[in-house]
Ligand binder design. Structure first.
Ligand code: GLU
Length: 357
């Protein structure tokens, strides 16, 4: 009773003080499923929760749509709006400039990547890569190198009566010699030269072949290992050196900056997601509930969530510093939690019970 009286006194002070409008302004921004906007009408978890809070404390509120989280918070600090509600993370830095209500939602950060390619696509990609970057220079070098022992052996062997070459002439003798050099390289030679000089070349060529094959194997193996290392993003530790995107001014951007990860910022979540879908980005870091919602709806089959929530955060309602309304908002929030309204809203937008996100 005493509390209600106090709320009444607070509200009366606000509404009767000069310069204060009776309808309070609330900045918001579209972050689905917390805020949806279609032709000027709003819905979403945060919007409905805010509607319930306003009803509980008996205030009218007009929504002001802002483009990004910084603009939304600036509207509150500069007095353009009395509140801001959407998916605003409570942070110590923001708390310096404005106040936050009790937490309205447990959140955190997550990583989303384009959907994993099918096994056969991965194989084709690896083969493409090998043939373009690893094997071709090796094959080229091999062909050139083969010509050296082939010529030496042809020269030494061509006059030998029991020589392995069927012809004394350069053509087709050199082809046979090349065939012999290639088979020796692959340790598959079935003939050996007879002439002394040709045999000496053969011994050197056999050792050279062993070394060449060892280098070749090492080259291909390291190229495949690099492919594998570059392949998967499973958590924040894998983000370095990848094309990372996030949403402008968000806590995800702060997180990436603190971790020295290079990234690009986009005004809205959909424009950041578009970068994933067009394969212009490898990973998107952003608020877990918004990413999970997208992945389960429009993003099905296009994107995937990887790893688990790696930085816990809570959303709150931003209120102008020292606002006498903060207490009323907090108490309305507690009541909505106690009377089950909060759980109903939660189940409507997220399914399941609050706290299970
Ligand atoms: N929760 C994040 C933040 O407060 C993102 C908010 C947004 O993009 O609106 O920074």
């Amino acid at each position: 009773m005493i509390f209600l009286l106090r709320v009444f006194v607070v509200l009366a002070t606000i509404f009767t003080s000069p310069g204060q409008a009776a309808t309070l302004r609330t900045a918001t921004r579209v972050v689905e499923p917390f805020v949806f906007e279609t032709n000027g009408s709003f819905t979403g978890f945060s919007i409905e929760l805010w509607g319930e809070i306003c009803r509980k404390i008996g205030i009218k509120s007009q929504l002001l749509l802002k483009d990004d989280v910084k603009a939304m918070l600036a509207a509150v600090t500069h007095g353009e709006a009395d509140f801001a509600i959407s998916a605003i993370s409570i942070t110590a830095e923001r708390e310096n400039e404005l106040d936050f209500s009790q937490p309205i939602f447990d959140s955190g950060l997550l990583i989303m990547t384009p959907v994993k390619r099918h096994q056969h696509e991965v194989l084709t990609a690896v083969l493409d890569e090998i043939f373009s970057s690893a094997i071709l220079p090796w094959l080229g070098t091999m062909v050139l190198i083969i010509l050296v022992p082939a010529h030496l052996v042809w020269f030494a062997e061509r006059r030998h009566p029991q020589g392995m070459l069927g012809s004394r002439h350069y053509f087709p003798g050199i082809f046979e010699a090349c065939w012999w050099a290639a088979s020796t390289l692959a340790t598959q030679a079935d003939q050996m030269p007879r002439a002394m000089l040709a045999r000496a070349v053969a011994v050197v060529w056999m050792f050279a072949s062993v070394i060449f094959v060892a280098y070749f194997t090492a080259g291909v193996t390291s190229s495949l290992t690099l492919q594998k290392l570059h392949g998967d993003i499973n958590g924040p530790a894998d983000l370095a050196g990848r094309r990372v995107v996030t949403v402008l001014g968000s806590t995800s951007a702060e997180f990436l900056r603190a971790r020295h990860v290079t990234f690009a910022e986009f005004k809205s979540l959909p424009s950041a997601i578009a970068m994933l879908e067009t394969n212009e980005a490898d990973a998107l870091v952003y608020d877990a509930p918004a990413l999970l919602y997208f992945a389960a709806h429009e993003g099905q089959g296009k994107v995937q969530i990887v790893g688990s929530v790696f930085k816990k955060e809570s959303y709150g309602i931003a209120v102008r510093e020292n606002s006498p309304l903060l207490k009323a908002v907090d108490s309305a929030l507690l009541k909505l939690r106690e009377d089950g309204t909060y759980d109903l809203l939660y189940a409507r937008w997220f399914g399941g019970r609050a706290g299970g996100n």
